[in-house]
Design a protein around this ligand. Structure first.
Ligand SMILES: Cc1cc2nc3c(=O)[nH]c(=O)nc-3n(C[C@H](O)[C@H](O)[C@H](O)COP(=O)(O)OP(=O)(O)OC[C@H]3O[C@@H](n4cnc5c(N)ncnc54)[C@H](O)[C@@H]3O)c2cc1C
Ligand SMILES: CC(C)=CCC/C(C)=C/CC/C(C)=C/CSC[C@H](N)C(=O)O
Length: 477
């Protein structure tokens, strides 16, 4: 039996988490509920583009895994188009020399990998595939409308104690225990962690596996920019965008049109210099909760809502159109240098995490040099690059733009993930980033929170935190 739907729902943050939450809440609660989506910056959040010479390039979340089924579904439902990520040749630089270089010949590549690392690359692939297999169970659970009240319970339902245990150990510990060699770890695994999460192998095992899955083939992006998914979902969900900054959320008792006193949440926000507020039955917070990133204060909650102090990693994306100084990395001149991505090993003397050629959000594949003066390169670094550093990397350049981010959590296992249920009808999505930060993870958290809010509203406790779901759904078929 269903209760009358809520009158008003607030979502704070219009990134992929907030906009997909709006989409799923509309699906569950129907057309009559009013959904307000608060955004203080741009719709898209960490999905954003930067412009170089009139062309747009992904500056934040850029690549999507072929098995990220929510993102795939959004693109289809919204009538958007995809672009395959071009997979040029990759090399690994240790500060002195290229310790590994891919070859354009498949067979030579295989021989090189086996020569350098034995069969570890294949074993690693199998390790990631096994985790991904279990991870895919979430789509089955969500398609049957099951929800979880904590990130830990969600992960446990995917693969039991072992799966959940990945949050408590570093990737390094996990892979050392599995017998991977120091050479393979430092020359292949560490560079992948640096390009993806700007961190070392001391991140948790689960985010490590997510990061390694980005080495799979078939990665893609959305034509026109990944942020188009957010604006598309916003529109499809028929939500109302409020361009303001939420400052406070307070629980208050209000008399509704029915005449009954009801507990509601007052959302107090600022538009320019003006302060306004609105009352809501349900609130979803879809932004990391910390002072630097969202600065939201919870007033008069009993018991009080804990302060979150998750530290987010500072990363800078720099785009440069120029001619690479290939001699910095190898003795070969530019016309003999065929690498399009250079990753780096964990070496504190290096001032970049990675550098690679990128395509614009409208180019289908194989980026072309913009003019005779070079490709557009994307550099990830911990700090903003100085002019001298850019001049070291490029023989000549004529354009550079930078975007600093508080990009993803600084992972430090054991991870204790923040609660999803902050209060009776107040939900928090971004706690899932403690397991791994990626577009698909935010979409999964959004679907889960929408289902959780719906079942709790209607008292469907049997749809929440069901044990042994995998077995139950197997026999249901
Ligand atoms: C450089 C970089 C590269 C990445 N690459 C990839 C990748 O290749 N693939 C991948 O899957 N993921 C990638 N990610 C991660 C991915 O981008 C994020 O996990 C995802 O976009 C997070 O989405 P979100 O909606 O949860 O949060 P956000 O996108 O951060 O959205 C939160 C929104 O809330 C708004 N907000 C905050 N506080 C308030 C307030 N008080 N009032 C109103 N609004 C507020 C913010 O302005 C923001 O728009 C990358 C991230 C970065 C930074
Ligand atoms: C969630 C699952 C199962 C898979 C996601 C895999 C994936 C695409 C991970 C990438 C995560 C990430 C934070 C990448 C940052 S850098 C991306 C890219 N190399 C770039 O150059 O921008």
């Amino acid at each position: 039996e269903l209760r009358a739907p809520p009158d008003k729902i607030a979502i704070i943050g219009a990134g992929i988490g907030g906009t997909s939450a709006a989409y799923y809440l509309r699906q569950k609660f129907g057309k009559d509920v009013k959904i307000d989506l608060f955004e203080r910056g741009e719709v898209g959040g960490r999905l954003a583009t930067m412009t170089v010479r009139g062309q747009e390039y992904e500056a934040g979340g850029s690549v999507i895994h072929p098995l990220n089924l929510h993102m795939k579904r959004f693109v289809k439902d919204l009538g958007l188009f995809t672009i395959q990520s071009s997979g040029g040749l990759m090399g690994v630089y240790d500060g002195e020399t290229l310790v590994f270089e891919e070859s354009s010949w498949f067979i030579i590549n295989m021989i090189k990998l086996i020569w350098h690392y034995g069969f570890q690359s294949l074993r690693m692939h199998m390790w990631v595939e096994d985790i991904l297999d279990k991870f895919m169970r979430i789509y089955r659970y969500q398609s049957h409308d099951y929800a979880f009240s904590s990130v830990e319970k969600l992960l446990h339902s995917l693969g039991g104690d072992e799966f959940l245990g990945m949050l408590n150990r570093t990737l390094l510990e996990t892979l050392q225990k599995a017998g991977f060699s120091e050479k393979f770890l430092s020359e292949i695994v560490a560079p992948v962690m640096r390009v993806n999460y700007g961190q070392s192998m001391n991140i948790n095992g689960f985010v490590g596996a997510v990061s390694l899955s980005s080495a799979d083939s078939g990665l893609w992006a959305v034509e026109g920019g990944n942020k188009l998914v957010c604006s598309g979902l916003l529109q499809a969900s028929k939500s109302n965008l409020v361009s303001g900054s939420v400052m406070y959320i307070e629980e208050k008792t209000r008399t509704k049109h029915t005449g009954n006193p009801t507990k509601m949440y007052e959302v107090i926000y600022q538009i320019g210099s003006e302060t306004r507020s609105g009352f809501y039955d349900i609130v979803l917070v879809a932004t990391p909760l910390n002072r630097k990133m969202s600065n939201i204060t919870f007033l008069n909650f009993d018991p009080p809502i804990e302060e979150f102090h998750q530290y987010y990693q500072h990363i800078v994306t720099t785009l440069v159109k120029g001619q690479l100084n290939s001699t910095l990395f190898s003795s070969r001149a530019l016309n003999k240098f065929d690498l399009s991505t250079i990753l780096t090993t964990d070496n504190s003397n290096l001032f970049i995490n990675s550098i690679g050629i990128v395509s614009s959000v409208t180019e289908s594949d194989n980026p072309q040099p913009l003019t005779d003066r070079g490709y557009v390169w994307k550099i990830f670094s911990q700090e903003i690059l100085t002019k001298e550093q850019i001049l070291k990397l490029f023989l000549s350049y004529d354009y550079a733009v930078k975007q600093p981010w508080l990009a993803y959590p600084h992972y430090k296992p054991p991870e204790k993930c923040p609660s999803i249920i902050l209060h009776d009808r107040l939900y928090y999505l971004n706690g899932i980033e403690c397991a791994a930060s990626a577009m698909e993870m935010s979409a999964i958290a959004a679907h889960n929170a929408a289902l959780l809010a719906y079942h709790r509203w209607n008292g469907h406790t049997d749809m929440i935190d069901q044990e042994d779901l995998y077995e139950k759904l197997k026999t249901e078929l």
